[in-house]
Design a protein around this ligand. Sequence first.
Ligand SMILES: [Zn+2]
Length: 381
Amino acid sequence: MEKYDLDKLNELDIVEVLEAMGAKPSKSNKLLHCPNTNAHSHGDKHPSMGFDKGKNICKCFVCDLSGNPVTVATKHFNNDFKKACEFLHETFGVPYLSGEVSHQPHKRIQPPKPKGKQYWSFDSNKKFAKVLIKDFLPKYPNMSELQRLKLIYTFVYRFSLTTDQRGKLSWYSSRGLSGSKFLEYLGFLSKSDIDNLVEQLLKYFSLEELQRLKLLDLVGGWKYGYNVVVVPSFDLYSDMIEGFMLRYTDNRPKGKEVNVSCTDISFPLPFGLGRKTLQQCKTLWLTEGHIDGLSIATQSECFVSFAGTYSYKEEMLGLLRGKTVIVAYDKDKAGQEAQTVLIERLQKAGVNYKIASWDAKDGEDLNDLLVNGKINKIQTI
Ligand SMILES: [Zn+2]
């Protein structure tokens, strides 16, 4: 019997935990709408859930939902401690105490969700803004939280495009992707690039903000490793980004990819899903990671790649209405389970879909198929 890593579970961001339990953001940056809607009149229309990011705890001023991530999840699951741990473990992919990820993947536990999802839609008439960072730096102190997030993440991303890109190019070429036209959208950061980047960030932005945006650690150092590819999540209505993924190029066995975002401010779109894709593509491949996306793109196909099997917001699937999507998740057990969940959600969102099918001995994922010269053997059903 595997043990849950309670310390790690309690390090999960309290706001992300509450949101996973169904809490909705409010106009205030200090309050959420409580997920325990039944205990509130009008489903907590006036937000009552306060939180302390520093202490990583929360307290509802009306019902008794409060505490750190494990405590609050336990209360949410009617004091079922085990179910609460299982929920946090599965939802956020936290390894067991032994360091193992699920041996026998559990059934995915769905937190109770309010009815009537607000699916996102794309307004093709809305103006597209091209933003020069230097024009906005002087305005930074007066910008909204979301604008500051976009400015700073875009600053990091554009910096990563100006560095020596050889580490990136050689890594993608080892995956059979040296000819990909999408490589120009990916950045690269070596150790010295990061030293330089951190120095520049601290010149323009406050330490507190850079910590809040999960870029710098408590002592002001870069929070992640180096020799990383920067995979952007674009905004639909500007050339800025709302988050990014860092992909390590050292072929480490675990933790190869880290998402950098603040989902309490903005939930970033997956790589590949942007204005151009929505305007120009009728058919879109949905892949588990950006490498599979780049692999199918070598066949002149459009793609949307999720960074991690469950790291997309269900409401986002509304953007895919009117398209045909081809679901092409990995053929391993985790991939197939995630695919089942995704298909249910696509059906619920009213999105047409097909499933990519291939002989598993030709490869487990799209990149295997590309490398093995079998990518043209895929059938869609
Ligand atoms: Zn409450």
